[in-house]
Design a protein around this ligand. Structure first.
Ligand code: PFF
Length: 444
């Protein structure tokens, strides 16, 4: 422990960092295609209901635990909950390794696509040809691995800089840049002739596609997108001073996150329809269909580079926030220097990303429970570990940590009449909702 804990330089800096964590590949890469294949606006409505129903309450809860304890996830649960509870922190740290192992792979692809876009390798409107380019690239045993290495090096470099001089400083630049790029691309997409068919597809609810699996996908998406359930918001909250007004900051972050997800759909689907491409191309929507869209539009290389830069920025600011909880754990609990912790954890994460990358090539047939490494890590993190972390956090703040309500009111100083409702959500709605959704998807 030793030296005083570093804090955010400003409230704006904290909000940009937390929004940078939330806004990531989950919003821009995963959300549009998941919505596209899950009944469009029907999925969007369920997703928003889950965020309003308990995502927001959980985001506040996590930040609050961190702010009160002023420690990493393991130390925070130990300080406030005592014996047994640090397990939730360890679960979170482990989840970070699991997520980064596949996150770094897709993030590496975004860097590669910036390069390929600039060098003109993607200049064809034929989706079949682009499918082959994508397949050829991701199955290569070397190139995607190198791009993941570059991505992890960038991530580590920002985290080494510390809280205010590294994470905050970069988020304050990168997040506004991301918003500007997003708006430019949404306007470009919506102004294409024929764009409205995409808007209809995106926003017209098709409830016949809704099953228990839809709810499960929506909850996994909500947790992943808000960065809930692995101690990231807790760790970022631990760098806040005790008198910060938490609910407002959390609300801003939730609004930015959902807003960007919705806008990402409006950026992608109208353009896809305008040129007559197939919207339900699944995960390949971004890397196969969109290059064809860009090749079809005037100034496509410019917009294409902007798009993949947006994706890379979103991925980078999120990866930073996935790495930081581990680093704060090693620094707080083991007295490791930040430098050393980042290098070791970064190398381990990169090591874990290699089999994930090879899952698209030489190791495609190496499966556990029918899933290759990439899919297994993705499934474990999104569908098991994050919901479990969220469930345990809700139980902890709802039932175990008696001072929660008072702490949220900044030691009783703030008059917040809705705090009992927030507490009830954590006690009942969140745990029952999470368990019910997980059980109905896994058992039936
Ligand atoms: N929220 C990020 C995204 O939507 O891509 C991913 C993420 C970041 C998940 C941080 C979990 C986390 F702790």
């Amino acid at each position: 422990m030793g030296a005083a804990r570093e804090h955010w330089g400003s409230r704006f800096g904290f909000i940009m960092a937390a929004a940078g964590s939330a806004v990531g590949l989950g919003n821009v890469w995963r959300f549009p295609y998941t919505t596209g294949t899950n009944g469009g606006a029907a999925f969007l409505l369920i997703y928003l209901a889950l965020i309003i129903g308990f995502g927001f309450a959980l985001a506040i809860a996590e930040m609050l635990v961190g702010r009160s304890a002023q420690r990493n996830p393991v130390g925070a649960f130990r300080a406030l909950g005592g014996r047994g509870w640090p397990v939730v922190g360890y679960l979170g740290i482990t989840t970070g390794f699991v997520i980064l192992s596949f996150y770094a792979v897709v993030a590496g692809w975004t860097l590669a696509y910036i390069v390929m876009m600039i060098s003109g390798n993607l200049g064809t409107t034929d989706p079949e040809a682009l499918n082959q380019i994508f397949g050829g690239f991701v199955s290569d045993p070397v190139r995607p691995v190198l791009y993941s290495a570059v991505f992890m090096a960038l991530t580590g470099w920002i985290v080494i800089g510390g809280i205010s001089h590294g994470i905050e400083r970069w988020n304050k630049v990168l997040m506004p840049a991301l918003f500007v790029i997003l708006l430019v691309l949404v306007v470009r997409s919506l102004s294409l002739p024929g764009a409205s068919a995409g808007v209809d597809f995106y926003l017209k609810p098709d409830f016949s596609k809704v099953t228990s699996q839809t709810f499960y996908d929506a909850i996994a998406q909500a947790f992943f997108s808000l960065s809930i359930g692995m101690g990231t918001l807790l760790t970022y909250g631990s760098y806040l001073s005790k008198d910060e007004h938490l609910p407002k900051a959390a609300l801003t972050v939730v609004l930015i996150d959902s807003g960007v997800a919705i806008l990402a759909g409006l950026m992608i689907l109208p353009a896809v329809f305008a040129f007559g491409f197939n919207p339900s191309a699944g995960p390949g929507l971004t890397f196969v269909t969109l290059p064809a869209v860009f090749a079809s539009m005037p100034g496509g290389v410019f917009f294409g580079v902007l798009f993949f830069a947006l994706l890379a920025i979103a991925a980078l600011t999120s990866a930073v926030s996935i790495l930081e909880p581990m680093i704060s754990y090693f620094v707080d609990e083991h007295g490791t220097s930040r430098h050393r912790a980042v290098i070791v954890a970064g190398l381990v994460c990169f090591g874990l990303s290699v089999p994930a990358s090879l899952s698209f090539g030489p190791a495609a047939d190496v499966t556990i429970a029918g899933k290759n490494w990439f899919d297994l890590m993705d499934f474990l993190a999104n569908n098991v570990m994050l919901p479990l972390g969220g469930l345990l956090t809700a139980i902890f703040v709802g039932w175990i940590w008696k001072a929660a309500e008072n702490e949220l009111r900044n030691d009783g100083r703030l008059h917040l009449p809705w705090v009992p409702a927030w507490h009830l959500v954590l006690r009942f709605l969140a745990p029952i909702g999470i368990l019910w959704i997980m059980a109905s998807a896994l058992l039936f």
